[in-house]
Ligand binder design. Structure first.
Ligand code: HAM
Length: 427
């Protein structure tokens, strides 16, 4: 038997109803905050991720699905392509490629779609997973650098989680500084690592020389006490970064968006500057980050674009759905009415009635004319329909239909023109 590949899964009803609820709630919130959708390709040139997410990150060094595409002729050396492990790089590439900075104001873009990382699958962690993300990006003259944009994003996230019915989240906030702060900090970090790095895992030993900030990504338990004692970027911020971070905190406080400062939070991608954040939730277990994001003021330039500071986030939709299922369970909307044909030759009439009722916004399931009435009623009950509508010769001739309330067993006779009102009125 051929099964779905490890780390991928089929999403089936009724769970897909929860997914659609999450999608539509997010789209509605994005609309209120004036974000518009962008759809970028699922695969890109490998270089895009190497240059943005960073060669030394776990994502680029271990987790990408990369292949050499075939050239036109068999002898052609192909291009290296990669299934996107995240969407910010693609959005910024599109921003540069389509000169979106020519448009007025800042660009407020959102996306919903699959991402791919070759991680070890476990609860809340998949190789094909789904993100709902958004980015605000634009020229500094349009206000893209302002901490007000960071606050807008974070307040929007609090609103979205609230509308989804997810309570008890924690917003962890940090500032990871900017290229001005980094040299001094890296020096201090390398100094502090020197005497202890020999006791750390192989990955950390490599990171200590190539990209010391990545040491904070280490999950090896034995390394944690060492990491705990390392200097933090927060102590090395320059004045503008410190001020930016303080202003953001002030706005969040005035908006009553609760947060905690986590000065170990560095995020697993290299493009971040200044604000970095994660929302976590207790229902998730080990993979407890529902979403993550931050600022990336230098990303556009590092990809050959103009200066275009930005900030964004991505929600792990799989994890949001898991949280909702653990806290609320999942349930589909059952049909409002099951139309049960009585006797053969009724399919046409049933189809017409179904059309009328669906036009009135009623969820209809059609029965089968080969079923006896008993089987139709049993099927309707199993499907959870609220009413069964019985359609036979008699009903067609008199235009009066038997409507059975499947919960109470009560049956009434309703004129055709009254059917929509009777069925919706009882909702
Ligand atoms: P990230 O932290 O790598 O950030 O991913 C964001 C979220 O995606 C995580 O918090 C998690 O909920 C979910 N996620 C990541 N990997 C998996 C996985 N293997 N299975 C299930 N869920 C997963 C980014 O991707 C950045 N692009 C976010 C961003 C946007 N920063 C600025 N703009």
């Amino acid at each position: 038997m051929i099964k779905a590949v490890r780390g991928t899964r089929d999403l089936l009803p009724p769970q897909t109803d929860v997914w659609n609820f999450v999608d539509s709630t997010a789209r509605e919130v994005f609309r209120l905050y004036n974000f518009h959708e962008i759809r970028t390709p699922v695969f890109e040139e490998t270089q895009l991720f190497a240059r943005s997410v960073g060669e030394e990150t776990d994502i680029v060094s271990k987790e990408m699905y990369t292949w050499e595409d075939r050239g036109r002729a068999a002898s052609d050396k192909g291009q290296s392509l990669t299934l996107r492990p995240e969407n910010t790089a693609g959005v910024v590439r599109a921003y540069i490629e389509h000169k979106l900075w020519d448009r007025p104001g800042v660009q407020k873009l959102y996306y919903i779609g699959p991402q791919f990382r070759r991680e070890r699958p476990q609860k809340g962690r998949y190789r094909q997973f789904y993100q709902i993300g958004a980015e605000i990006i634009g020229p500094p003259t349009a206000g893209s650098e302002s901490p007000a944009r960071d606050a807008e994003i974070l307040e929007m996230l609090a609103t979205l989680l609230d509308r989804l019915g997810i309570a008890n989240w924690t917003l962890e906030l940090n500032s990871v500084g900017c290229p001005n702060d980094r040299p001094r900090y890296y020096e201090a970090l390398k100094e502090a690592l020197k005497p202890v790095v020999g006791q750390m895992c192989e990955d950390c030993q490599r990171r200590a020389t190539t990209n010391p900030l990545r040491v904070f990504d280490c999950k090896v338990p034995e390394d944690q006490p060492i990491i705990e004692k390392l200097p933090r970027i927060s102590d090395y911020l320059d004045e503008p970064c410190r001020k930016h971070f303080a202003e953001l905190q002030e706005i969040l406080k005035s908006l009553d968006v609760p947060f905690t400062i986590n000065d170990r939070l560095v995020r697993g991608l290299d493009y971040y500057t200044r604000t970095a954040f994660e929302f976590t939730h207790g229902a998730l277990g080990a993979q407890n980050a529902i979403l993550g994001g931050g600022r990336y003021d230098g990303l556009s330039e590092s990809l050959g674009g103009p200066k275009a500071p930005g900030i964004g986030f991505a929600i792990g939709e799989d994890r949001v759905v898991l949280t909702l299922e653990e806290t609320q369970g999942s349930k589909s909307a059952p049909p409002d009415v099951y139309i049960a044909p009585l006797g053969s030759g009724m399919d046409r009439e049933v189809a017409k009635l179904g059309r009328e009722l669906r036009t009135a916004g009623i969820i209809v399931e059609l029965g089968d004319e080969t079923f006896r009435l008993k089987k139709s009623l049993e099927t309707a009950s199993k499907l959870g329909a609220r009413f069964a509508l019985i359609v036979g010769e008699n009903e067609m001739n008199t235009n009066q239909f038997a409507v059975k309330n499947l919960a109470t067993g009560e049956q009434i006779s309703v004129a055709r023109s009254e059917l929509p009102a009777r069925i919706t009125g009882a909702k």
